[in-house]
Design a protein around this ligand. Sequence first.
Ligand SMILES: Cc1cc2nc3c(=O)[nH]c(=O)nc-3n(C[C@H](O)[C@H](O)[C@H](O)COP(=O)(O)OP(=O)(O)OC[C@H]3O[C@@H](n4cnc5c(N)ncnc54)[C@H](O)[C@@H]3O)c2cc1C
Length: 292
Amino acid sequence: MKLFAGLEGIVKSEAPLAPYTWFGIGGPAQYLVEPSRADQLAEVLRRCRENELPTYLLGGGANLLVDDAGVRGAVIKLSGEEFCSVRFESGSIIAGAGADLSKMVLRTVREGLSGMECLTGIPGSVGGAVRMNAGGAFGDIGSVVESVELMDTDGVAFSRSRGDLVFGYRSTNITSKVILGAQFRLAEDDPHRILSQVKQIWIYKKNTQPLGTRNAGCIFKNARGTSAGALIDKAALKGHRFGGAHVSDKHANFILADDGTRASDVLKLINLIRETVYKKFEIYLEMELEVW
Ligand SMILES: Cc1cc2nc3c(=O)[nH]c(=O)nc-3n(C[C@H](O)[C@H](O)[C@H](O)COP(=O)(O)OP(=O)(O)OC[C@H]3O[C@@H](n4cnc5c(N)ncnc54)[C@H](O)[C@@H]3O)c2cc1C
């Protein structure tokens, strides 16, 4: 591990990635790097750049499919304490990218701060949520972002504030490799009212999504104002399967992975869905899921 000499304590070679993803499938990372501090992270990024080793940022793995062959390069996970802190400061939250999104949302309820209820039931990390502009019918995280802390591949940290940021449908204009953390501006409100909103969203999700299964949320983005799930449903693909991967009967935009599923099963099912929907409706479904 000459490339990471002196950093052996935070680097694992050929490390399985399946346990780090919600699908729970896929091959290993050539290197899995879990820095404890920002200076270590910067050093890792610099060495990867100098050696032309591709880098990937892993959050909670809730929107990710790892190929059966795994990932060549360095997969970086911001699990160190320094990257996972959450601090409340007069109506704001300052959170590290590695912090758990759902736990943060629940804390905002207890603190009587409104604005993050729309993220109820969305798993993953704060960094992943900002990168994806996570959200849905109830709103998205971008609408409460005040500023973000970023790091480029030279290991240089810098910030961007609200005026520089554009959040779109499951997208942002953030191009730098690493989101280190973000500050969110929330509004004071009655904790009971916020909790009741959270409960309503939770019940809606429980009724419409296959909870308790292995999946990665919506596979495709909605297209031309039509829900991708409705298109897949109309194409009669609910329940369709390849190996252990099958289209959920409850929500057609969810693919579920039974025990023994291979990433290739999921990819075959994705291709079949795209081809069928295109043939029937002339709509090419774009991926929301990221494939490594
Ligand atoms: C049951 C279920 C329900 C879901 N419901 C929704 C929903 O309602 N709405 C919704 O939007 N999503 C939903 N998702 C998808 C997923 O929860 C979100 O996309 C989430 O924001 C992904 O966060 P993550 O930390 O898991 O990111 P990952 O899946 O780990 O990564 C996603 C992307 O973010 C990048 N990334 C992660 N961390 C960083 C970082 N620190 N810096 C830079 N880039 C980073 C990754 O490189 C990758 O490109 C659902 C998923 C599941 C399993």
